[in-house]
Design a protein around this ligand. Sequence first.
Ligand SMILES: Cc1cc2nc3c(=O)[nH]c(=O)nc-3n(C[C@H](O)[C@H](O)[C@H](O)COP(=O)(O)OP(=O)(O)OC[C@H]3O[C@@H](n4cnc5c(N)ncnc54)[C@H](O)[C@@H]3O)c2cc1C
Length: 469
Amino acid sequence: MSAKPIHIVGGGLAGSEAAWQAAEAGVPVILHEMRPVRGTDAHKTEGLAELVCSNSFRSDDAQTNAVGLLHAEMRLAGSLIMSSGDANQVPAGGALAVDRDCFSNAVTARLEAHPLITIVREEVTGLPPADWDQAIIATGPLTAPALAEAIAAGTSSDALAFFDAIAPIVHFESIDMNTCWFQSRYDKVGPGGTGKDYINCPMDKEQYEAFVQALMDGQKTEFKQWEGTPYFDGCLPIEVMAERGPETLRHGPMKPMGLTNEHNPTVKAYAVVQLRQDNALGTLYNMVGFQTKLKHGEQVRIFRMIPGLENAEFARLGGLHRNTYLNSPTLLDPTLQLRSRPGLRFAGQITGCEGYVESAAIGLLAGRFAAAERLGRPMTPPPATTAFGALLNHITSGHIVSDDEPGKRSFQPMNVNFGLFPEIEAPKVDGKRLRGKEKTVAKKKAMTGRALADCRVWLGLATAAQAAE
Ligand SMILES: Cc1cc2nc3c(=O)[nH]c(=O)nc-3n(C[C@H](O)[C@H](O)[C@H](O)COP(=O)(O)OP(=O)(O)OC[C@H]3O[C@@H](n4cnc5c(N)ncnc54)[C@H](O)[C@@H]3O)c2cc1C
């Protein structure tokens, strides 16, 4: 065992899990948490792994839900966050919800009691010093300003976003391609493109006017006090653009120029909504220019008015909130290590995942990678077919970087979802292809079965031969 510790900055969901994983692997850990010396705009206690808002870890269904699958994989990996969550559950139907104080107390107590973990209550104000040769920064979306500035300076000026406008992301298979068509504006091929890079949804005048009215009438979320920052990159929410005049959107993100509807080439669309491929697998598409602060239920209702999106399933809905995250696909290697500074890893929401469970999962991976490196063991990233691997790939490599909106960063935080997994055929039943909902459920079950089998092999809990049985 090495006596040299791994330093972890931030004792939130990710930092707590990373500390646990590294210590359980036999490596000493020093965990630096600034609360209660310095607070954040959202945390209220000095407990580790405090849940700042909802008390839900979302669905616990490991067969047909991607976050439920992530729960299952984390349990297999001996997760502190999951075992403390399981021990402090409150009734919540199919979801795993927890008593937030008991949960945080349990995580704190187990970390404090671990013989290899030392907790230091202090703010870290700069990048880890050189003698912290193995370190993990897990300071979350509300990273204290001095450290955030040091990270920005130590990476590149656009490395951190301080205010975030996110547009919805749609599952490709839920888009009606009998209404929509693939085409880039003016058939431009551009670098790495084909001339057919966008999905286009056409609107006639009546549809456009009804849509603009719905945007203006839709219920919006109110900004919280800590959200008093100007719009990121000057990109306005669509409902704010709609309020500026009925034609604004038609001359902005919904302009119909340079596009011909292949299903109806003689009729020019009055307005067009464009979606751009969001991941390398081509299973997810984001709505271009559709950042919004409409309430989530309203987004689903109003965006399903768009021709071709009547049955859209959303992998993520739009929103505007303060966030601090790295441009990870550029900056991090597949083991979450800063390419420009080996030995320094990032974990949690600051890497560009979203949510308590996802943040903890990335903490789990960072803790394991750092411990393996310290112990001189091989660091094999989890297979892409697992929820761990799907999420890690989104952060470090799977995302497609768009270069057609200069100055705007396309990598956006995301929850785990099935669109991040490699495709799988839905199994046939009695030799017959399934359809509709049955097919969707069968496909999800096939994906989760494959994921859990591959995860067991990755964790050394089963051999490949056993997993194939
Ligand atoms: C207002 C708000 C509401 C949210 N609501 C939800 C929700 O309902 N459900 C959900 O799933 N996700 C929610 N999220 C996202 C949530 O933050 C993440 O899911 C999760 O908490 C991120 O985990 P993390 O470990 O990356 O960061 P955190 O859990 O925030 O942990 C980061 C830790 O680092 C510490 N820290 C920061 N800077 C320093 C420093 N310089 N030195 C030392 N310590 C430092 C902080 O005190 C904190 O303890 C919300 C986020 C915000 C900001």
